[in-house]
Write a new protein. Structure first.
Length: 403
């Protein structure tokens, strides 16, 4: 092989290995922790906009899988919601599934709240009124449809059903009732269900303990852990948040479970060895996750402390073991935080995207760009070298960070 051929091979090898992309098929990513597995992406100052789209009123994040991008939004004035499917590379609209749905503007702008979940050839969605859809990812055709209220007798939470569906094997888990329900993902047949109660707004959280497959659900009064196969309760932790808004997903690592909510409630670090009830190690009002959960990196929590639209809401770093605040940054408001490859991706409530090295020593952004206007509560999503940012009115901007 001559030098020219070797150079060509080297260039191709570098191109292929520089970016290790990763899909984002479910809310908070493959590992359901807000951290992408992606490496090699570059937040350059001149990073171009790859494409843009309008998806309607709502707060669902982008879900990216197998070359497709899925979002939901409400068509204001038409009393209907849409599930959109775009081509990941070009932004071309591939299909749209439409269903009747009220705006639901109760103390906020209204619109869709739950992200969809992609599993193989199917995409699953839990609408605010309780409709559950299984659609074909290729053309959006309905595979099956159920209704949490009509088919299973569940009461609608004040702000509607909001947790993303969770798929494990053939099980489809939904945050409904006192402590969730499980359906067969292929047939929609009921596997188990909990008693009726107003569900919380988090996504079912899966973890394993002593070879047991477990789930944590929220309702308006509790965080509840159940056996994933049977729905049998393992423990309950009473957690009363104003208006019943237990929305942030828990964080589980080894024997520790971190839970947090807004409206002045704060956080609780629990310890559970797999038997009995969890024990509280500390409680604090220094990390109040109203909607978006923290991310945990190297023993430190990074997240939004405070409520939307309120003074004093900040980006904060906290030591998980002790609850000590390491630093806080004003001016972010109630935005969102994700992470990848040692970097924080933070979007402010005003739509400015910032990227900074993850460090308990401080927040020093190396990238800042005003991406969208209006109000932003949706966490930025990094998938396959692109960052998806969305505002409440449905403006989606996709930045190319492939370098």
């Amino acid at each position: 092989m001559n030098k020219r051929s070797l150079l060509a091979v080297g260039i191709v090898f570098f191109t292929l290995t520089a970016l290790h992309g990763a899909d984002w098929p479910i809310f908070r990513g493959v590992d359901r922790d807000g951290i992408s597995r992606e490496t090699g992406w570059v937040a350059a100052a001149d990073a171009p906009v790859a494409w843009q789209a309008e998806v309607g009123l709502g707060y669902s994040g982008a879900i990216v899988a197998d070359g497709r991008v899925f979002l939901t939004g409400h068509e204001d004035g038409a009393k209907r919601d849409h599930i959109y499917c775009f081509a990941e590379e070009t932004g071309e609209l591939l299909w749209r599934h439409t269903y009747s749905q009220p705006k639901g503007a109760l103390y906020f702008q209204g619109g869709t709240t739950a992200s969809v979940t992609v599993d193989g050839e199917h995409v699953y969605h839990n609408a605010r009124q309780g409709e559950v859809f299984c659609l074909n990812t290729v053309d959006g055709a309905v595979v099956w449809q159920k209704d949490l209220a009509k088919d299973f007798g569940y009461s609608k939470p004040t702000w509607g059903f909001s947790g993303a569906p969770l798929i494990l094997g053939d099980f489809l888990y939904l945050n409904a009732g006192e402590a969730g329900t499980a359906l067969n993902k292929n047939t929609s047949q009921l596997i188990w269900k909990s008693d009726d109660e107003e569900a919380g707004y988090s996504t079912p959280y899966f973890f394993e303990k002593d070879d047991k497959k477990l789930l944590i659900f929220t309702n308006k009064r509790y965080y509840t852990c159940v056996d994933a196969a049977t729905g049998q309760e393992q423990w309950q932790v009473k957690w009363m948040t104003r208006y019943g808004v237990n929305a942030a997903d828990p964080i589980v690592t080894e024997d520790h479970i971190f839970i947090s909510s807004g409206y002045g409630k704060g956080a609780n670090l629990l310890k559970w060895d797999g038997t009995g009830e969890p024990q509280s190690l500390w409680r604090s009002r220094d990390m109040k996750n109203q909607m978006n959960a923290c991310i945990l990196v190297g023993g430190y929590l990074y997240g939004i402390d405070g409520n939307e639209g309120q003074d004093g809401t900040v980006l904060k770093c906290m030591a998980m073991e002790s609850g000590e605040t390491m630093w806080e940054v004003e001016g972010i408001g109630h935005g969102g935080v994700s992470a990848a490859d040692g970097q924080l991706l933070v979007i402010s409530e005003q739509g400015e995207l910032q990227v900074a090295p993850i460090s308990p020593a401080g927040f020093q952004p190396t990238y800042k760009k005003q991406v969208v206007s209006g109000k932003v509560w949706t966490v930025p999503v990094l998938a396959n070298g692109r960052v998806y940012c969305r505002n409440d009115k449905g403006k989606l901007v996709v930045l190319d960070f492939r370098g």
